[in-house]
Design a protein around this ligand. Sequence first.
Ligand SMILES: NC(=O)c1ccc[n+]([C@@H]2O[C@H](COP(=O)([O-])OP(=O)(O)OC[C@H]3O[C@@H](n4cnc5c(N)ncnc54)[C@H](OP(=O)(O)O)[C@@H]3O)[C@@H](O)[C@H]2O)c1
Length: 280
Amino acid sequence: MTVLVTGARGKIGQAVINRLHTAGLPVRAASAKPAELAVPSSVDIAEVDLSRPGASRDALDGVRQVFLYPQPEGIDAFIETAQTAGVEHLVLLSSSSVLAADAETDPLAAHSLHVERALTAAKLPCTFLRPDAFASNALGWSHSISRGLPIQLAHPDAHIAPIHPEDIADIAVEALIGTTLKGRAITLTGGQSLTFREQIAVLADVLDRDIRVETITHEQAEQQMGRFMPTPMAGSLLALWAAASTGPAAIADTTRTLLDRPERTFRQWATENAAAFAAR
Ligand SMILES: NC(=O)c1ccc[n+]([C@@H]2O[C@H](COP(=O)([O-])OP(=O)(O)OC[C@H]3O[C@@H](n4cnc5c(N)ncnc54)[C@H](OP(=O)(O)O)[C@@H]3O)[C@@H](O)[C@H]2O)c1
């Protein structure tokens, strides 16, 4: 009963592959760039660009379950191929953003929502994992921290309950191999609400460095973020953070509520990833 894991170079995809492999389950790692994969040598590898129709036919041969990254282009062809191949269940890495009132037009949510709807319409048994912000988004501060520059934010007091990527992987694996999560749509967070300022204080403590935070205007932030993402996406994120600045973030389902295991903390993520912030 092979499990196909797409997005195998991604943080969550990689962690899911390692867990399934360690558990002795047949797993196939699917990546758009298989040459760059870092998976155990005995793991089967397939080249899959989800946006290209028909690209996943060979990769789905003998597969019964899929861990899927949301790629709206080519999703209908992927579903058709999966049904023909006999896939019985998919676990989708969706996003909590699909729950927003404007999800259909929100650039953060639209791609995940489109894929959720396509899977629902196809009546394929699915589990939707809808995580909130990943703890690993803090890597976006590594450039400033490693060079001793202040972190410039428009909304430093926005509250987030960041989830450790390994927690998402634990929950994804339970959805694949267990029975309790199958078929559900689950919103996921970490166990603690922290403002950006508090996350940066944790990083400063772990790294034993001073890290300054500078508040900038919405327009300045939009301009800076626009270098790394489309402007509408930057605008959407800034609006989200402005709205999140009024009080603590709600805690949704976590490894504690779903797996009876304590959540990994932001401090743990910071400690494990300290090298990414080392002085340059
Ligand atoms: N970051 C957050 O806070 C957050 C919150 C909620 C939801 N999410 C969702 O989680 C997902 C991953 O987020 P991330 O930013 O952390 O990314 P990531 O871990 O860097 O993973 C992205 C991976 O997706 C795969 N991919 C991209 N285009 C592909 C394609 N055309 N065909 C097949 N695979 C493709 C790539 O893997 P390969 O090259 O190996 O194929 C890539 O490494 C996104 O869908 C995002 O919406 C993120």
